[in-house]
Design a protein around this ligand. Sequence first.
Ligand code: CA
Length: 352
Amino acid sequence: MNNIEHPLQTGGTRGYLRIATEEAFCPPSLMKRFLQVLQDKSIDDPGFYSLWGFYGGDSERACLLRERIQDLGDHRIGDMNATGIDRQIISMTCPGVQMFPAAEAVIMAEEANDALFDAVNKHPGRFSGLTTIAPQDPDAAAREIQRGARQLGFKGVIVNSHTQNRYLDDPDFSPILQAAEEYGAPLYIHPNTPSKQLIPAFLERGLDGAIYGFGVETGLHLLRLIVAGVFDRYPNLKVVVGHLGEALPFWMNRIDFMHGASVRAGRVGTRRLDRKPSEYFQHNIYVTTSGMPWTDSIMYCHKVLGADRVMYAMDYPYQYVADEVREQDNLPISLQDKKKFFQTNAEKVFNL
Ligand code: CA
């Protein structure tokens, strides 16, 4: 087997199955709604117009993306076969239903979950699903988490970062965190374009999307949960973040030091925690490699977080690149750790 050229096959030919953990879909009805909002400008979310202004356009990348992301059948499975992906854990793309008025969003979330449930039932050996919720109605979201876990067989919950500029550490969202913990549903916090508080400085230079804004927005979201004491209140809550932890693993030493100093000094906005911020990465948090297929960064996370905390994700269909799978097949880790990375960590975390 000669590094970069090896064939990509499903079925565990290299000693492990490949489970891709952050793979996006968008129901056709929601895509229609996105495109409609681009026309009528009825939603107040500058990041949406930037992101879907791009993916709603006529470029080859945009057209292919829209075709792939709406498919939950043969096209998707063909793409998985071509890149050796045994299973996709499929979740709602950003911003999902989170920018719409609550009543409408609750219904859209239910419809999306019903559609994904049908697809998973048709392809139970290839697809698993995460529950879409409308956090803007926290009680309805909690009920949908229960339905996803108990009736639909979904393996976790997807939240596309801020909901109309609010973050999940806001006490209003407690029912969501409580339900996720109660039903053992890992909460995947996926990026969205930055909230209105953050976005102007990104938009000026075209940095609001996956290039950088996504990571800042989502890393901030996770760090807010940590320092707000969310994991002290919900000690069994599992959170998954993509993009190798949205840069937080690289910051951990400084965050621990400065958090300790800030708390001791009573700095505004800080509070005492049961653990150091970095320690929640050993108890509550898992990271995936979505969109970050770079051996050096992956090895850094593997070292500081441990072999049980880092999982493979492709980020289909946004980043559908066969050679990135090969690069991760060739990570300089033992076969045992590679099996954790591609297969068994995901099986454990998502209870597959
Ligand atoms: Ca993604």
